[in-house]
Write a protein that binds this ligand. Structure first.
Ligand code: SF4
Length: 464
């Protein structure tokens, strides 16, 4: 199911990190992007004004956990023309209430069509489309009921989508660009660094010039850092229960208050803060708030928590260090995206929390001015000890085990970076070996442990 070819990467760090809304990049942002894309297809093909009805069908993991992951809401918002990158989370509820009340969708805000959610948005829990566990089919009909257009999309993790007709084709999920320093895996990335004498983050920044000027890359990365900080801050100030049947109480606000008021914080202060930051971001994600997908929403708390740890607890930390962190972490995310997958529905949680841990470990080494070899070692350690991690969200909500798992992933990432920084970068298991192992483990994993809520905690813990 994963794309495997010899073509070099043509991804940007801004494909790996993007602003979105919770709770899921694969089940919320991807479907919203696909629905929006389908509505734009209708417009571009001159079919929008002829459209009298639309129907949406969800398959596989999207059908099994889509309600808990808000896939139904995302699809409707996407058809209305909303984009996760710019959508104000507070604007969602009034739009959805209007759709429910009027039983009408405003396609791209222009074409009003009847829409009965119970009949026009179907969850096929027992069917999977051929290429990927996260499949969607969109159909448009004219007023007489004749089919105008039908498209299938897949949500492949991290907010990426691909049309069925382009699945497996190189560059189907990103713009085809030629990077200055082409690489396909960890070994070729390190080799390019050696050949050019560049630090890994410098090489990635040079590659980004294929997409935009350096100054714009820097400012957009710092903007993402601001969104991460704002997200944690909102998480600290929010109160009460998270949405959904589990009635999970937010823990970050109380922990934040305790840490802020502690007269003698004790030797584990840094770890407590890392936990607080990770919980805050993922509670916001679970509540449908604005997050930075890093590289997924379910794992969105790990990189912010490790970055905040760096800024608060590492002497000499700086904004330049934040940039080094994000560039290096982004490159590691690209390797997983190309050579395995970022999708919990394909890889289990190794593809989400495991990848974010690996990226954060590498990012922290870059921020601390470690060597390229130490960075690669940290990324490898970050994944090696997440191999086999399953995805079994209770009630299909991105809450248990997801929120706490981000705190664990962030702490593990810091330890991976420390282990690597105490060595000279030489080690037995390469990053490429562990990425291959993760992919094979994900392929071997039973589907009940891959974002279907049909195994693990999801079947052993009562929903309420
Ligand atoms: S268990 Fe992991 S992969 Fe599954 S929804 Fe939660 S964070 Fe995502």
């Amino acid at each position: 199911m994963m794309t495997q070819d010899d073509s070099p990467l043509s991804l940007s760090v801004l494909d790996i990190f993007k602003v979105g809304v919770g709770p899921s990049s694969s089940h919320t942002m991807g479907p919203m992007n696909a629905a929006h894309r389908f509505a734009l297809d209708l417009l571009e093909r001159g079919l929008l004004t002829q459209t009298g009805k639309v129907a949406v069908q969800l398959y596989g993991s999207l059908a099994l956990t889509g309600r808990g992951h808000c896939t139904d809401r995302a699809v409707q918002l996407g058809l209305e023309g909303f984009d996760p990158a710019t959508l104000d989370p507070l604007a969602m509820e009034p739009v959805l209430a209007r759709i429910r009340e009027t039983r009408e969708l405003h396609l791209l805000g222009q074409q009003v069509v009847p829409f009965d959610e119970a009949l026009d948005l179907l969850f096929h829990r027992d069917q999977v489309l051929p290429h990927h566990a996260n499949g969607m089919r969109f159909s448009a009909f004219d007023a007489a009921g004749a089919l105008l257009c039908r498209e299938e999309f897949y949500s492949t993790g991290g907010g990426f989508i691909v049309r069925a007709s382009e699945f497996g084709r190189s560059g189907a999920e990103s713009a085809p660009v030629v990077l200055t320093h082409a690489f396909t895996n960890g070994a070729s990335l390190l080799e390019r660094c050696r050949a050019t004498g560049l630090d890994l983050h410098e090489l990635v920044l040079a590659n980004e010039t294929a997409f935009r000027p350096v100054t714009e890359t820097r400012s957009r990365l710092l903007q993402l850092w601001s969104v991460m900080q704002a997200c944690a801050e909102r998480g600290f100030n929010a109160q009460g229960l998270l949405p959904g049947v589990l009635k999970v109480r937010r823990r970050a606000p109380k922990l934040h208050r305790m840490l802020s008021e502690a007269a003698n914080p004790g030797p584990m202060e840094a770890m407590d803060w890392v936990n607080a930051w990770a919980l805050a971001v993922n509670e916001e994600n679970a509540a449908g708030g604005r997050v930075v997908t890093a590289p997924t929403n379910g794992a969105a708390g790990i990189i912010p928590a490790v970055l905040m740890y760096y800024r608060r607890f590492e002497s000499g930390s700086s904004e330049e260090g934040v940039l080094r962190f994000l560039l290096a972490a982004g490159a590691i995310g690209m390797l997983y995206k190309r050579n395995a997958s970022l999708s919990g529905a394909e890889m289990g949680c190794q593809g989400e929390v495991g990848v974010a841990c690996s990226m954060a470990a590498a990012g922290l080494v870059a921020a601390l001015n470690g060597t390229n070899e130490q960075l690669e070692n940290a990324a490898e350690i970050g994944m090696e000890h997440n191999l086999g991690l399953t995805c079994d969200p209770i009630a299909g909500l991105v809450q248990i085990p997801c929120i706490e798992r981000n705190a664990m992933g962030a702490v593990k990432a810091i330890n991976a970076a420390r282990l690597a920084m105490h060595g000279d970068g030489t080690h037995k298991v390469s990053l490429d070996m562990v990425i291959t192992t993760m992919r094979q483990t994900g392929e071997d994993m039973k589907s009940s442990y891959k974002e279907t809520s049909q195994g693990g905690l999801a079947v052993n813990v009562p929903e309420c």
